[in-house]
Design a protein around this ligand. Sequence first.
Ligand code: G1P
Length: 277
Amino acid sequence: MLKKCLFPVAGYGTRFLPATKAMPKEMLPVVNKPLVQYGVEEALAAGLDEICFVTGRGKRAIHDHFDISYELEHQIAGTDKESYLVGIREIIQRGRFASTRQLEMKGLGHAILTGELLIGNQPFGVVLADDLCFNEGPGVMEQLVAIYRRTGNTVIAIQEVAEEDVSKFGIVAGEEVEPGLYRVTDMVEKPQPDQAPSNLAIIGRYVLSPFIFELLRHTPPGKNGEIQLTDALLALARTSKVLAYKFQGRRFDCGSVGGFVEATNHVYQNVYQRGGR
Ligand code: G1P
């Protein structure tokens, strides 16, 4: 049943202007691959091979990236450059891709609700490509999928952050039911440090029950006047179990220039220079 993964990719990427003026921020390369490709690879590795994009205007390059480029294929066929395309060809073969457009930017919750058309009535993963995650073992989405399969509960990825950083994240509070696994009791979107229920921050990986759509429809605008996924998840946590998992691995905030540069150095040293593509 769990086959789909939703990628909200409609954002403007203003922090990267002017680079993102005519190019989607998700197509910015982390060394030799666009940011969104890492997220798609993580979803495919977790067995989620139906990839659903919630896009906006100016995001055509994302669709083109996950499509065959006949002209390019023809040009480099039989040359040693063909090896550069092996990875993306595999992704295109393994995945199925669909998209819909978010007409107005009304927040992450609104973007997810826009994706209902593609997801329908089944559980689904969500990847926020800005959060670039690496792990030596199973990827973060694979870790969440394993918990979902075992428990049947909605599950979100969390990590501890410094107190001064809590206002950048959705923050959860919960009771630890297993080492590293919490049953969520409270959730606040981007609280001030003195109002944060903990320092456990939501990272952009979720496995959600389709019931979230119904809750999102009734979620009023919250932080920054936007419809917040965090608020709908708190409503869900009040009626059914929502789990939060301290994932294994490392996360880079590619929504910020500093995090993007850190991720780039990490990939260059640990993946690219070791021959990874
Ligand atoms: C979103 C979520 C937030 C979460 C964050 C993770 O915020 O609303 O709860 O902690 O992603 O990256 P954004 O960074 O899109 O503003």
